[in-house]
Design a protein around this ligand. Sequence first.
Ligand code: SAM
Length: 349
Amino acid sequence: HEEEEDKEVTTPKKSATDHGVKVASHYNRLQEVGLAARSQSRIFFMRNFNNWLKSVLIGEIVDQVRGAGHQQVSVLDLGCGKGGDLLKWRKGGIDHLVCADIAAVSVEQCQNRYEDMKRKGHFKIFSAQFIAADCTKEFLSEKFDDPELTFDICSCQFVYHYSFESEQKADVMLRNACERLKPGGYFIGTTPDAFELVKRLEASDSLSFGNEVFKVSFQSKGSYPLFGCQYHFSLEDVVDVPEFLVYFPLLEHMAKRYNMRLVMKKRFSEFAEEKVKNEHHRSLMMKMTALESFPCEDGARQATDDRTEYCHAKEHCSRAGVKLPLGTLSRSEWEATSIYLVFVFQKMS
Ligand code: SAM
């Protein structure tokens, strides 16, 4: 597949009043900051932790797909952003990847990153297509290079909560995630846990809560509509856009329309505690924080790779005098990351 041409990035239709336009322009504006600046970030370890968690999740799901006898693995990365998970898919040895995101600039950066990986690598890399589209409004299946394309996995990392603005948007996103999954295929993702957000809000004496790395602000409390329950999430230098509560039992119910069955839902803390017991996952966590395991001879381009981030974690860690592996997160980072949950749905045949 090395010679395969990638499709040009297409731009989604915009309307000035659209909430999606706000989200897209926010993410498009986010600069890829240099590694030095990133390693100084107060959420440096949280990012590495989130990457570790996604690596474990992605690795396990790819293994399950292969274990079920599927040798050619195709994946949809819904809300791919700048391609932070490309390396994880490459490590998983998948065959085809479709990356979609509302932020056209991010999609371009994702595509450039993929092209770089392809140019530099001595390894076989999957074929790929890149699509800029509002996945709460547009049907991705109409945009695939191969109109018959089906997926073994749809991965939706830190994205689904943007769709819960309305039932229609949440449903279109869900349809995009699930309709082209093969029987037995997986819909995996990470999203804030509405129960946790509401619990912390109710425990607060104001309309917001947080610490020096994150802040969550609501407009009111006491009642929480199923859709359109908006809050503002700001995470140091990363996100400051409106998000919506995802009432998980409702998502589970909606997913049944697409023949999807929930097979796993865990808070990040629960998931991590379970996975570090496994030697392989634990050693991955150690690698993510061990300078010796991953020499950083790569240039600036690769500095955006997880791998390089891992390399600098150890340095940072010893400077900060913190313990490895899970102890690398500060209490503030842990308070932020423990809001999230990880989920796996499977398509019934
Ligand atoms: N999945 C990536 C990751 O884990 O690094 C990026 C996560 S980032 C927090 C959220 C992403 O969701 C952004 O890239 C944003 O543009 C995308 N997004 C938000 N609303 C979207 C929509 N309606 N359609 C497609 N992508 C959307």
